[in-house]
Design a protein. Structure first.
Length: 221
């Protein structure tokens, strides 16, 4: 039987390091719609996405959600627990069937200390998520609703998701929760964007036709 290939980041560690890490990790499968962890719950492990798509969000009120980002194959979840974070600061749910590795955070912390190349690779991946969060905060702070939606559509159609038909996994409510506007506004502005030739609507799917125009709307807010 062919041995399953290790993820790219784990190919940076030695056989001995990998064996030590393997003793402290468990593979889990989550079906579409299953909650992976909840905001405020105890965070005993770090999670690595072997395959799949995970929506990460904040519960900002009883029935109010702010979607933060989509984590994908090769990303870590709850990475801050390595540095002492004891509870999950957000929630995560699988938006397609996903396979995750549950990794002991102390074992991962030791590996980060002893393998600088591995640590640099992981840190650079997490910087990407941090950069997106800064853009999200800026968008929510000063942009009008059209600008907020344009910013969210640009993110969701960006290169990291080019191999995924991402909009087929998201409801209009999901998109509204990324843009922090109402679902009614999402439906209204999507129709406007379509009339302007910026996007095409194909059922649930959204095809970006004029990314430059969308970026202009995002920039001008």
């Amino acid at each position: 039987m062919e041995q399953k290939k290790e993820p790219d980041c784990f190919q940076l560690i030695s056989k001995q390091e990998l064996e030590s890490l393997s003793e402290n990790r468990t593979q889990l499968t989550y079906l579409k719609g299953e909650t992976i962890f909840k905001q405020g719950a105890f965070a005993p492990h770090v999670l690595f996405i072997q395959s799949g798509l995970i929506k990460v969000y904040l519960q900002t009120g009883k029935n109010k959600v702010q979607n933060l980002w989509i984590a994908r194959t090769g990303d870590f979840l709850a990475f801050s627990s390595v540095f002492g974070e004891k509870v999950y600061s957000c929630s995560a749910v699988a938006i397609k069937d996903s396979e995750l590795l549950m990794i002991d955070k102390q074992s991962l912390a030791r590996l980060l200390q002893t393998n600088p190349e591995f640590g640099f690779r992981i840190t650079s991946k997490n910087f990407t998520s941090e950069h997106h969060l800064l853009e999200l905060v800026a968008s929510l702070s000063y942009k009008q609703m059209r600008g907020k939606l344009a910013t969210s559509l640009i993110y969701l159609s960006s290169e990291p998701f080019s191999s995924e038909n991402i909009f087929m996994y998201l409801s209009r409510q999901d998109i509204a929760d990324f843009a922090s506007i109402s679902v009614e506004s999402v439906i209204k502005f999507l129709k406007e964007f379509e009339k302007e030739g910026i996007i095409y609507l194909e059922g649930k799917n959204i095809v970006i036709a004029e990314i430059e125009k969308l970026m202009e709307i995002s920039k001008n807010g």
